[in-house]
Design a binder for this molecule. Structure first.
Ligand code: SF4
Ligand code: FES
Length: 249
């Protein structure tokens, strides 16, 4: 059965233009559509009316790439826990609902257009130290180094971060600590990442600060919206790594 929904969508022509909400109503929504498929339908209607479609990011549409972040009814990635925007389906809403759609908002994520924000600040944090540059050998060498199961699991839990930016968008301080700590943890916990653990922590934390992200005040909003359910325990680990590294230990 088709649903009718009304959207209040943030429209902003460019980075320096003033933004405003515009309202769109569509009667052509199916409960099994994803949220992004619903936006596609709305865009087709906007294009048919000769107007500029709503700009929004997406790529994989299956929770992998991290490009699809939207704030839906005030929640980064919408109402489902452990899910990205592209994994939200219209059956989560009721026929006749009004839904507010906004871009991720953080000083370090400037709006490019409408719902598209510039998340290159995350790329620069990764470039500052989110890699292993020592010669770690080939796959057989990696397989021959014993890693305790609980340590390997913790590293892989953190490696799930897809760099979507929801953690920063949900934080009242626009802090990027969950993202940065996940990247530091997934490398630093493994033997191949250990030699650069101190340098990595210093460089990535300093780059995070330089990008204009805020301070962490332990609100936990980041963990609540993270589609990969990264634990805020990673932030405590990053802080320990940073303090030890800064003290030269
Ligand atoms: S920590 Fe979670 S919310 Fe933050 S960028 Fe990574 S996947 Fe997205
Ligand atoms: S489009 Fe790739 S995670 Fe949503």
């Amino acid at each position: 059965m088709a649903m009718t929904v009304t959207l209040k969508v943030w429209r902003q022509a460019g980075p320096t233009a003033a933004g405003r909400f515009e309202t769109y109503t569509t009667n052509h929504v199916h409960p099994d559509m994803s949220f992004l498929e619903m936006l596609d339908v709305v865009n087709e209607e906007i294009i048919k009316a000769g107007k500029d479609p709503i700009a929004f990011d997406s790529d994989c549409r299956e929770g992998i790439c991290g490009s699809c972040g939207l704030v839906i009814d005030g929640l980064a990635h919408g109402p489902d826990r452990g899910a990205t925007t592209c994994q939200v389906h219209m059956r989560r809403f009721r026929n006749g609902d009004t839904i507010t759609v906004e871009p991720f908002r953080a000083k370090a994520f400037p709006v490019i257009k409408d719902l598209v924000v510039d998340r290159s600040a995350f790329d620069r944090i990764i470039a500052a130290g989110g890699y292993v540059s020592i010669n770690a050998g080939g796959a057989p060498d990696g397989n021959s180094i014993p890693v305790a199961k609980d340590v390997a699991d913790l590293s892989m839990d953190n490696a799930q971060c897809i760099g979507c930016g929801a953690c920063a968008a949900a934080c009242k301080n626009a802090a990027a600590h969950l993202f940065t700590s996940a990247k530091i943890a997934h490398l630093g916990l493994l033997p191949q990442g250990a030699p650069e653990r101190s340098r990595r922590a210093i460089r990535m934390v300093e780059q995070m600060d330089a990008e204009g992200f805020g301070s962490c005040s332990n609100e936990g909003e980041c963990e609540a919206v993270c589609p990969k359910e990264i634990s805020i325990a990673s932030i405590a680990r990053m802080n320990r790594d940073y303090v030890k590294a800064a003290a030269g230990k």
